[in-house]
Design a protein. Sequence first.
Length: 334
Amino acid sequence: MTDAAFFADLCTDYLRLCKVTEGETALILSQGNERLDYAESFMYAARRLGARAYHVRVPQPPPTGAWEVGGSGLAELPDVVEAAKRADIVIDLLFMLFSKEQLAIQAAGTRVALAIEPVELLARLFPTTQLRDEVLAAEQQLASAKTLRFTNDAGTDVTYQLGTYPTIPEYGYPDEPGRWDHWPAAFVFTGAADDGVRGKIVIAPGDVLLPFNSYVATPIELTIEHGFIVDIRGGLDAELVSSYMRGFDDPRGYGMSHVGWGLDPRAHWHGLTQFPGGIGMELRSFRGNVMFSIGPNSELGGPNDTACHLDIPMRNCSLYLDDRQVVKDGQIVG
């Protein structure tokens, strides 16, 4: 349980960052009995700022035993999608990311904010305009590069050919029409050409497997050719990853998706041990991590919408944009 007044004030400050103003329409979207306290706080906050606020609570889908990327359940609820498209901002409490419905909502000009992490984390990693400026500066660096290469002492040496897909800055709040963001977040990423990733990635002990929400204990060696993983080697962790990916029975699940780095000095590598129950946004954001993704690139406008998805934030890596070093042994350069 959280202090309702504290969280309502926090949500009010957050909606101010999102540029919610008097007369706008805010739609809070939840599912079943999940995060009803979040919905109440956002409703209060929106009305406090003079916006028209509505809470749409959709049915809880049948349990499947697994998290499905892009499976928001809104495909069967077109009226809800149309209502979201008419709103100025949607507060997503159910997780629409990677869904066609979210892309349609954004295309209509609606701002979309995802807020599902624990309240303690939302407070400690509350977005700032200073961090936004740093993320946008990193976006410019990444957007101007033709190649991205990262390495580590475990044996990683992989190169991404850039320029096909846009660069995405996540700084925690949507403040422009059609923008999506996740509270909290502070990182930047892009995707390579669909056949433009080659090399080897060695995921070392202490690196993170999301959405497993677990730390790697034994090295995992991935061989990548023409944008796809062609070999997975190692011990128990490698077997786990390999088994997970085979379970989707989808060759597109072996495709390489986005890559980038984290920028928030307040975020901790040990965040998984502090706040169980979230989806690992602190791990995606801690400063100097290099994160690569396996699976869908539809978020970037690509054709791969596989349900097989892994985000893997790595420590102690070095990252280069063309010939310029941006991260050195897990530390931001400059």
